[in-house]
Design a protein around this ligand. Structure first.
Ligand code: ATR
Length: 285
């Protein structure tokens, strides 16, 4: 941090809570590695102060900032423009200050797709099954639909939330068919038979509840199915252990987190984040 001087520009994170976030380490390590004159700080913003915090970032001429829970949707009201993907997803995690105009983006879904591509997994023209219908599921499903997936089936405990995402995809992206279903393992088993990828977008299996999984056994999986879990703590969830047993290829959510940051970094700086360095320096310590 001893590179900070009179010319150093600000970037950062707005959310509540934010103290646990790895984003400051990721971005500051990358700024330092590339010799960029920026600094990234985490700002814990109380409810009711979001508008003021966003305006402050503009006033202080920040290069941009990330937005996290619980403000990813609320922040849309205070921005000058929003990318098409972020508008359809309905949430923003990255804001760029373009000469005093704040432009909103969502890099969560693209981050997931980058991590899928790194694993050499094809999704174009395929059927994808997603479990969960929260913010992460919405970003991932919408981005996959945008990027050429043929069919998306969304399972969720609360059916209405899955139905809302499906409605938005079917209304906005004509090349993808999407359906919503309530959680039911026998129906899930049927739906994954001809699917290429199964994605867990719920918090089921996340530390400390590591003995939980969206499925009850590896028997319902088939080895041609790629399994993605957006959880990365633990780094191998019970679902991923089932995937291993069933002979499936799989990935956890770590590279999605790194890529969503790397894409924000690119939006602000125009430069590629050194992702391997970040993985080692920030996450594998
Ligand atoms: P995020 O923004 O990370 O996606 P979220 O919006 O809180 O987080 O969404 C969490 C997802 O996990 C939801 O799909 C939630 O299901 P509901 O919509 O029915 O709440 C799902 N989820 C969390 N705990 C669950 C559990 N014990 N059983 C089933 N689904 C669960």
């Amino acid at each position: 941090m001893n590179h900070i001087k009179g010319t150093t520009s600000l970037s950062g994170l707005i959310g509540y809570p934010v103290k646990h976030s790895k984003s400051p380490q990721m971005h500051n390590t990358a700024f330092e590695a590339l010799g960029l004159d920026y600094v990234y700080l985490a700002f814990e913003v109380q409810e009711g102060n979001l508008k003021k915090a966003v305006e402050a970032m503009k006033t202080l001429n920040a290069i941009g900032f990330n937005v996290t829970m619980p403000y990813k949707t609320k922040v849309l009201e205070y921005l000058d423009d929003i990318s098409e993907e972020a508008r359809i997803i309905g949430s923003v995690n990255t804001v760029k200050n373009e000469n005093g105009r704040l432009i909103g983006y969502n890099t969560d879904g693209i981050g997931f797709i980058k991590s899928l591509e790194e694993k050499g997994v094809n999704y174009v023209g395929e059927k994808i099954v997603i479990v969960g219908a929260g913010g992460a599921a919405r970003a991932i499903a919408t981005q996959l639909a945008f990027d050429g997936v043929a069919e998306i089936v969304l399972f969720n405990r609360t059916l209405s939330k899955a139905e809302e995402i499906v409605k938005s995809i079917n209304m906005n992206i004509s090349t993808c068919r999407s359906r919503a279903l309530g959680m039911d393992e026998s129906v899930l088993r049927k739906e994954i038979e001809d699917a290429a990828i199964l994605i867990n977008c719920t918090s089921i299996g996340m530390w400390p509840e590591i003995d939980k999984s969206i499925i009850s056994s590896p028997e319902i999986l088939h080895k041609d199915l790629f399994i993605a879990d957006i959880i990365y703590e633990p780094n191998k969830t019970k679902l991923l252990k089932f995937a291993e047993k069933a002979g499936c290829k799989y990935m956890n959510g770590l590279m999605m987190v790194i890529w969503q940051g790397a894409l924000a970094f690119k939006i602000w700086t125009g430069k590629d984040m050194p992702v391997d360095l970040i993985k080692k320096a920030v996450f594998e310590k």
